[in-house]
Write a protein that binds this ligand. Structure first.
Ligand code: ATP
Ligand code: MG
Length: 256
C-alpha cells in the first residue's frame, strides 16, 4: 500500500462533472507529476486531498488512515501540505513572518505574551539552510523577492509543518530558467529527506526531469500512469490530448 492512496474520487460543481472515478497514489519519497489540460481537474483533485473541497464520492488514506472525514487542519497535522499557485504569501512581511504566518511562536515573560522574533528568525534561517536555498536577506519583505525566491519561502513554510506529502501547484510556471532549476533542486532535496512531492505542472520538461512517475488526468479520470524513466515527451503529450492506446505503468504496479 502506498503512503497516499486516493480512489474513486468523484466531484461535480453544479451540473459540471469534473472528476469521475479518479485513482491516484504516491509512495513515501516519491515525486509524482500530475499533468493534464487546462480544466482537467488537477487543482480540484489536490484540493480534495487537502480538504479544501469535499468530494462527492471516493476514499483517501494517508499511511493507511482514512481522512475523508477530517478537516483541512487535521489533514495538515497528519502531514499533507499544499503550496497553492498564488503562494498566499504576505508580500509586505519578511521571510520569518511568512514562514510562521498565523502561528508565531509566543513566549511569555512575567505573564505578558509576546512573539518570539529571535526564535522565528533562527528557525526560518534553519529551514532555508535545510533546503540549501539562496535568499538575499531573510529580513527583507518577501514582495521584493523574485518569483523563485518567493517559491522557496513558500516551500520553507510548508516544511515547518513537517509534512509527509507536499503538493505543489504550478511552482515553476512564472519563473526564469535559472529559478526553475532552483525549484526542481528543492524538490530533489525533499525527496532525499523522504518527503513525497506531487508536482502539478504544464511544463512537461520539468515534470520529466524531476518526477519518478507521471499521472495524466483526462476526461475526469486518471487516463495514464507512466513511469518517468520509461516514457518520453511524445507519450505524455499523447496521453494528455488523448492519443490511441493509453499505456499504463504496469511495471510500477507490479513493484507495488
Ligand atoms: N470552485 C469552483 N466552482 C465551480 N467550478 C470549478 C471550481 N473549481 C474548479 N471548477 C471547474 O472544475 C474544472 C477543473 O478545474 P481545475 O482548476 O481543477 O483544473 P486544472 O486541471 O487545475 O486546470 P489548470 O491547468 O488550468 O490549472 C474546471 O472546469 C473549472 O472551471
Ligand atoms: Mg489548476
Amino acid at each position: 500500500m502506498s503512503l497516499l492512496e486516493v480512489s474513486g474520487i468523484e466531484k461535480s460543481f453544479g451540473a459540471v462533472s469534473v472528476l469521475h472515478g479518479v485513482d491516484f497514489s504516491a509512495d513515501a519519497g516519491e515525486v509524482v507529476g500530475l499533468v493534464g489540460d487546462n480544466g482537467a481537474g488537477k487543482s480540484t483533485l489536490m484540493k480534495i486531498i487537502t480538504g479544501i473541497y469535499t468530494a462527492d464520492a471516493g476514499a483517501i488514506t494517508l499511511g493507511g488512515e482514512p481522512l475523508m472525514h477530517l478537516s483541512p487542519g487535521e489533514r495538515r497535522a497528519m502531514g499533507i501540505e499544499m503550496i497553492y499557485q498564488d503562494l498566499a504569501l504576505a508580500r509586505q512581511q519578511d521571510v520569518a513572518s511568512n514562514i510562521f504566518l498565523g502561528r508565531e511562536p509566543v513566549r511569555s515573560i512575567l505573564g505578558i505574551p509576546f512573539v518570539d522574533r529571535a526564535m522565528m528568525k533562527a528557525q526560518a534561517q534553519q529551514m532555508i539552510d535545510r533546503l540549501g536555498a539562496n535568499l538575499p536577506a531573510i529580513n527583507r519583505n518577501v514582495g521584493s523577492f523574485s518569483g523563485g525566491q518567493q517559491q522557496t519561502v513558500a516551500i520553507a513554510r510548508a516544511l515547518t509543518f513537517d509534512p509527509k506529502v507536499v503538493i505543489m501547484d504550478e511552482p515553476t510556471a512564472a519563473l526564469a530558467v535559472r529559478e526553475v532549476q532552483g525549484v526542481l533542486d528543492l524538490i530533489r532535496q525533499l525527496k532525499e529527506q523522504g518527503i513525497t512531492t506531487v508536482l502539478i505542472s504544464h511544463r512537461l520538461n520539468d515534470v520529466l526531469s524531476v518526477t519518478d512517475r507521471i499521472v495524466v488526468l483526462r476526461h475526469g479520470t486518471a487516463a495514464a500512469n507512466l513511469v518517468t524513466a520509461e516514457t518520453d515527451m511524445a507519450e505524455v503529450v499523447s496521453a494528455i490530448v488523448g492519443g490511441a492506446g493509453m499505456p499504463d505503468a504496469a511495471a510500477h504496479e507490479a513493484r507495488g
